[in-house]
Structures are given as C-alpha cells and as structure tokens.
Design a protein around this ligand. Sequence first.
Ligand code: AMP
Ligand code: MG
Length: 314
Amino acid sequence: MATNKARWLPLALLCCQACAPHTPTPQLGPPSDPFAATVVRVRYVMGSMLKIAVDAPESQWIELLIDEAFSRAQALDKLLSNYDQQSALSRFNREGSVQSAMVPPGLYACLRLSKEYSRQTDGAFDITVGALVLLHRRTATPKPEQLKAAIAGIGDKHLRLLAANRATMDHPQTQLDMGAIGKGFAVDAIIDLLKERRITSAFVDFGGSSFFGLGKPRGLAGWPVALGSGQTVALVDRALSSSNSQHTGKNDALEFHIIDPRSGQLVNAKRFVAVTAHTATQSEVWSTALVVDPSLAELAKRVGVRIEALRTDN
Ligand code: AMP
Ligand code: MG
C-alpha cells in the first residue's frame, strides 16, 4: 500500500500543477522588513531608549503625533521616577509616610493599578519594596539590622489610598518603587494616543524589554520580537515584556535586583521571563512577578497572560 501511494504521489502533484496554472509564485528572498513602511523615531526617556514606529507616510502630522507620544512618556517619568528627586513619587516617598499627602491624579491612578496588580499576582509584584531595593542598590553587603528595617516596610497593606487623590504609607520604612511597572504605563499611554488618532499599525519598543505591536506590519503576520535562542514572537494588538533577575549595575557588573516581597529576599537564581498580555502594564507586572515566583505560571494563564519564555537555573 505504502509503495503504491508513493508511486502515485508525483503524479498527484503534477495534476495539481496542471489544474491550477494561475497559482501565484511564492515570494522568495529575505523576509519583509517590518519597518520598511514606517516612520521611526527614538528618544531617551526614563533612562532607556524609547522607539516609536508608525506605519504612515512621513508628514508633519505624524511628526507632531510622535512628539506628543514622547511627551506622554516624559510626563509619566515626572510622576513616577525614583531617580528624579522632584518627581511626584519621590515627593510622596518623602511626605506620605505616616501622614497623608495629596498626589497628582495621574500618580493616584498608577498607585491604584499597582495595588490591583499586587493582589492579582498574589503579592509577588509589590511597589512597596522601595526601601529594600535602594538598600541593595547602595550596599553590596547590607547589615542584618538594615535588612530587617527595610523589610518591615514592605507590604501592600502599608500603602493606603484615601479619597480624592490622597494617599498615605502607614509604616515609617515604606518606600515605593515603580521600576517594574512604569514602562508599561508609558507604552499603554502611547498606544492609547495612537489609537485615539486612528493609527492602525505601529510598534513601540521601550528599552528592549517592553513592547507593543498595534495591528500588523505590511506583509508580515505580526511585529516580530526576538527572545534569544532563535525564538521570535509576532505581536498583533498585544504587549510583550521581559524581566531578568540580573541587570547591569554599577561598574557594568551584573547584579540581582528583584525582590520577593513576601520574604524580603533578593531573588538570586538566574531567571529570564517573557510574557505577552493585552496591555503593557499587565505584561510588565507579570514578567517581574514570574521572576519572583515561577510557580505562579498557572495563575498568570488564568488572568490572560501568555508565558512565551521562562528560563530558570533552579
Ligand atoms: P523589571 O526589570 O521590570 O522586572 O523591574 C525590576 C525593578 O522593579 C527592580 O530594579 C526594582 O526597582 C523593582 N522591583 C524589584 N522587585 C520587585 C517586586 N517584587 N515588585 C515590584 N517591583 C520590584
Ligand atoms: Mg516589569
């Protein structure tokens, strides 16, 4: 039987070719360049390169639109930065401890979403890790009493949102850090703006770790993002974020920088996680949460997060 089939196969192929003389010849050569038809602009924002690509002919209107998108990201940096002592978050970190303080509506909205994601990730993502992050950033070998004090202020319950853009931290050691979510807010704000202006095909790359593919690039199934090891994900109306338990710190040395808020321990296993989600805020949060605790993978799937890569040495 098998021999018979094999003998008939070339004939069947010939038949098909003969019956379908108008089948288009497949395009050969290199794959399409996803940026071939786009206007691409790059600017340094939030300590990273922010790249915005919009599929549209070059025009003053597009230039102004992309400028406005950069301005949205810069405005968020003014709200959320831990490096800028004048940012609204830095001010709240100084003034919001124990006493309540007024915060700008934009920061209040980000605090509210951060608390929601803390609940969604079972506490693996928590912006109240600020004091401990700073301690590890400043000191290679913190003293046990310093660690104890910084850990005491961690906990979503210590950040209390009061009515009318007012908030407080009810523990003197609590400090907030938006480093694991800020880029996600910015990418989503840019995508919202582009959608408002009826853009249907665009790509945002924030620092090589937070992406959004709006629609598709011409001639491709989606906006491609390479994840290393030969893996590529094509984004269509979806965000992708990656987190790594190690980053480049002082003197270009690799440092662990992600904290398990539930134990106050630095995650010191080598882990790389990439996830996709409907919003960049959600993908940003979950890539960090899964570096903290890969066993949350099932929970991630239940809330619509797709794990594209999870590489861990333990
Ligand atoms: P990412 O690279 O997006 O995973 O963000 C990591 C940064 O977020 C760190 O450098 C800290 O500033 C902060 N961070 C560390 N651990 C956590 C955590 N468990 N939840 C929220 N933010 C964190
Ligand atoms: Mg993150």
